[in-house]
Design a protein. Structure first.
Length: 275
């Protein structure tokens, strides 16, 4: 180009392989890798999980208990704000979780287990089947106790009380951990809506935000009713004051009736003029 002996490369010289659609096995491997990261790292801070202090929300996502506490606490000092993670503020992502209080999460209880031949190395396992819990094993937890099991084990035993603590639970309160199918997420969303309609949170504790809304609505209705009552009372007081000087009861009653009819006509005229 500049008489320097160079040349412009052609596309076939740069692109050696044509773009292709990933195979099913490649897609599965990518999904398993993503699931493995979600099983080991907090989505808010990208820090590794403290398995003794893990909580989960209505959707089955996992968080460090400490990160939820920090996110719920107001940041008064900008210098104390958490650092950006992948160019985003964790607080912005936290607002998308829908967690408003600790009632919206359940603390999970994992079982430690040292398989034979591992020289005492412990894993987190299902207390029923002793399968290692992680991306390769579909796991669930129970609300409100928080004990974690392999989904296959829970389907086999089909018990109403928790196998670990004997606390009763309903079938709707078996929450899949990190669900990947849209049908499971829709089912969990329907459960949350049902609980909110009953005034409950994900942890089956009373939803204080719902009671606050009801109380505020009741106060508003009470204020509106009081204003209407006050307005009606003021009209009646005005008529009573005008007829209070009349000594004859019959005349006073007739005068009050006439004044009331006159006031009603005036009201109709105003409405007609506005129309």
């Amino acid at each position: 180009m500049g008489n320097d002996g160079g040349s412009i490369p052609k596309r076939r010289e740069l692109v050696k392989e044509a773009a292709r659609t990933p195979t099913v096995s490649e897609l599965k491997a990518t999904a398993l890798e993503s699931l493995g990261h979600a099983w080991n790292h907090d989505p808010l801070t990208s820090q590794k999980f403290d398995m003794e202090n893990i909580v989960s929300d209505w959707r089955g996502r996992l968080y460090n208990y400490e990160s939820i506490l920090n996110a719920l606490m107001p940041n008064e000092d900008a210098d104390d704000a958490p650092p950006l993670v992948n160019g985003e503020s964790p607080e912005l992502r936290f607002s998308a979780t829908g967690i408003k209080s600790l009632r919206d999460v359940v603390k999970l209880k994992f079982k430690r287990y040292a398989p034979p031949g591992t020289k005492g190395k412990e894993i987190w396992a299902c207390p029923v089947s002793l399968k290692e819990l992680g991306p390769s094993t579909k796991a669930v937890y129970l609300v409100p106790c928080g004990h974690v099991f392999a989904e296959a084990a829970m389907k086999q035993i089909q018990e109403e009380p928790c196998p670990e603590c004997s606390e009763p639970f309903q079938a709707r309160d078996v929450i899949p951990i990190l669900p990947t199918e849209s049908a499971e997420v829709e089912k969990l969303a329907a459960r949350l809506e049902e609980l909110k309609a009953s005034g409950l949170s994900h942890s089956l504790k009373k939803d204080k935000s719902a009671s606050k809304k009801k109380r505020k609505a009741g106060e508003q209705n009470g204020e509106d009713g009081a204003e209407k009552k006050k307005g009606t009372k003021s009209k009646g007081d005005a008529i009573a004051s005008r007829v209070s000087g009349i000594n004859n009861p019959m005349t006073a009653s007739l005068t009050a009736k006439v004044l009331a009819e006159q006031e009603e006509r005036n009201k109709r005229r105003k409405l007609a003029a506005l129309a």
